[in-house]
Design a protein around this ligand. Structure first.
Ligand code: AMP
Length: 220
């Protein structure tokens, strides 16, 4: 299965991708995660991407295409993949088409996760990540369970807020989504592979709705 999860920041792409990969055993390809790992390691890519990410802007298409080409050429992506955070604009969508044609791996479906904007802001402002095990929580809706231990340290999770989840950057990220990324909804709808999904409500119910949408899409 080769799918794209589209949606605004905070719509649950990362969380739902995680659920899918546990069930379908295909890799999640999150360009945001790949960039954050590069920033943490201090690689050249990370040094270039850091200020752009912190400003809520998009990293250049040229850089992102290199990142995605390398990642999709890895052996585990031959089984399929869930793209989370890529493509982010029309130029990236066209380039992805070309790349997937070269790899002989056409997309099965594109699912757009729809969440109202007040809820997006609430979800983003509550998001926290454990700096040790990388698990993502939400202090309002899904905090660590009482007494839960970090699998890396055996102690409590060490939660931090992503720098680009600060209020000042979130407005810019939502604006960039509306201007640059939302047009992809029409782009994939015109191909007949777009599915819309209401992504409000708890993680489990969204996951089961996503499962039925994909089942339907895979039938053709
Ligand atoms: P995300 O985790 O998907 O919200 O991505 C975090 C940040 O990484 C974005 O706000 C962008 O600055 C950058 N980024 C992630 N994916 C892309 C992409 N496909 N194109 C450009 N920038 C990206």
């Amino acid at each position: 299965m080769r799918i794209i999860l589209l949606g605004a920041p905070g719509s649950g792409k990362g969380t739902q991708s995680q659920r899918l990969i546990e069930r379908c055993h295909i890799p999640q390809v999150s360009t945001g995660d790949l960039l954050r790992a590069a920033v943490a390691k201090g690689t050249e890519l990370g040094r270039k991407a850091k200020p752009i990410m912190e400003a809520g802007q998009l990293v250049s298409d040229e850089i992102m295409l290199g990142v995605i080409r390398d990642r999709l050429s890895e052996p585990d992506a031959k089984r399929g993949f869930v793209l989370d955070g890529f493509p982010r604009n029309l130029a990236q969508a066209h380039a992805l088409d070309e790349l997937l044609a070269q790899l002989g791996q056409p997309l099965d479906a594109v699912v757009v996760l729809e969440v109202d904007s007040e809820e997006l802001v609430r979800r983003i402002s509550g998001r926290r990540t454990c700096r040790r095990c990388d698990r993502v929580f939400n202090v309002f809706t899904s905090p660590p369970a009482p007494g839960e231990k970090c699998p890396q340290t055996g102690g409590s999770h060490e939660l931090f807020q992503r720098p680009d989840d600060k209020e000042s950057t979130v407005a810019e990220r939502l604006k960039v989504y509306e201007e640059k990324t939302r047009p992809l909804v029409d782009f994939y709808a015109a191909r007949g592979i777009l599915r819309k999904l209401s992504a409000e409500g708890d993680v489990d119910s969204v996951a089961s709705r996503l499962q039925s949408v994909l089942k339907d899409a895979m039938k053709g």
